[in-house]
Design a protein around this ligand. Structure first.
Ligand SMILES: N[C@@H](CCC(=O)N[C@@H](CS)C(=O)NCC(=O)O)C(=O)O
Length: 205
């Protein structure tokens, strides 16, 4: 790995995961910003040269381009302290990262995006219809996390790992989607543990 470039929109939690992983590992990233609200990841050039899927984040390593936030975190952290030893714990870490993408991010992050960036009044009917279901699924995700953390400091193997980083990214800003984090005391304690680590960086740093 050398001369890594992160193609991002700095407001995105998916991009923040990568900066947080890099900070914990002391990896330098050059940052290239795109405004997703202006369709800057949907241009012919971006689709051809960076990501045919039209989204950020993408990590560029030389002439290779890797999309998908959790895959990028895994690439940066492979063989590091952020991945537990043991095949079961490694798979369990991936379990939480897949769960984040299926059960957490599509609900918590999408509601945050609609509220904070699009604006509720600007939503189209198809999005409005989905709001109640996404809120219920977001509440269920936070509840599951809180119950899991009641008996643990971190998600997997009693150590800070990529599972924590990937889940922290959108959980710590869930209040921006009107989720009341005070209702989840074990999530709050877990977030405090993460935010007080020496290597921690914030979403807006
Ligand atoms: N599963 C992908 C999701 C990527 C994604 O949805 N990115 C959003 C911002 S968080 C995006 O690029 N939206 C712009 C667009 O779709 O035009 C990941 O984890 O990286």
């Amino acid at each position: 790995m050398s001369g890594l470039i992160l193609h991002e929109d700095a407001r995105s939690g998916n991009c923040y995961k990568i900066r947080l992983t890099a900070a914990h590992l002391g990896i330098a990233l050059e940052r290239r910003n795109y405004d997703i609200m202006k369709g800057e990841t949907r241009t012919e050039e971006y689709l051809r040269d960076v990501n045919a899927n039209g989204r950020i984040p993408v990590l560029q390593d030389g002439d290779r381009f890797l999309p998908e936030s959790n895959a990028i975190c895994y690439y940066l952290a492979n063989g590091s302290k952020l991945i537990p030893d043991g095949h079961f714990d490694q798979a369990d870490m991936l379990r939480w990262m897949f769960w984040e993408q299926y059960s957490h991010e599509p609900n918590v992050a999408t509601l945050r995006f609609w509220k904070r960036h699009v604006g509720i009044e600007a939503l189209v009917d198809a999005q409005r219809i989905q709001m109640t279901g996404k809120r219920e699924a977001g509440l269920a995700a936070l509840d599951l996390m809180d119950r899991h953390l009641a008996e643990r400091k971190f998600f997997v193997a009693d150590q800070f790992s990529l599972a924590d980083i990937c889940l922290f990214a959108y959980t710590h800003v869930a209040d921006e989607a009107d989720f009341d984090l005070e209702a989840y005391p074990d999530i709050v304690r877990w977030m405090e543990r993460i935010m007080t680590m020496d290597e921690h960086v914030g979403l807006e740093d």
